[in-house]
Design a binder for this molecule. Structure first.
Ligand code: SF4
Length: 110
């Protein structure tokens, strides 16, 4: 359970309310994960990224669960934007790691 502020949009108006949400209510649902290549449960998807949802949670679950409502009920708009932000590619990450190693090596020589 989590207590959170939720923005509701109705007839063009928005309202902030406090609401208790059962954020583990879909944990028993499961589906095929294209990134991992096997079945995963929703309980994994909602904590896959450092205890926050996987960035693909909206894409993977939209046809089976009311995932947009779930996300809006459990996370702020700022959190959702961060959650669904696409992570850097592996090549970019690898390139960054190589650059960092080069800098460390250069600093150790001086
Ligand atoms: S949300 Fe992420 S972990 Fe879950 S099935 Fe989709 S890609 Fe896999």
């Amino acid at each position: 359970m989590r207590r959170t502020a939720v923005r509701l949009y109705k007839n063009g108006y928005s309202t902030m309310i406090d609401k208790k949400i059962d954020n583990d209510k879909f944990d028993s649902e499961s589906g095929y994960c294209r990134m991992l290549g096997h079945e995963v449960s929703f309980s994994y998807c909602r904590i896959a990224k450092n205890n926050m949802p996987c960035f693909k949670i909206m894409d993977c679950w939209f046809d089976r669960l009311p995932i947009a409502d779930y996300m809006q009920s459990n996370y702020s708009e700022e959190e959702i934007e961060k959650i669904i932000e696409k992570p850097p590619s592996k090549i970019t990450t690898l390139y960054d790691l190589i650059e960092q190693a080069k800098k460390r090596a250069a600093n150790n020589k001086t």
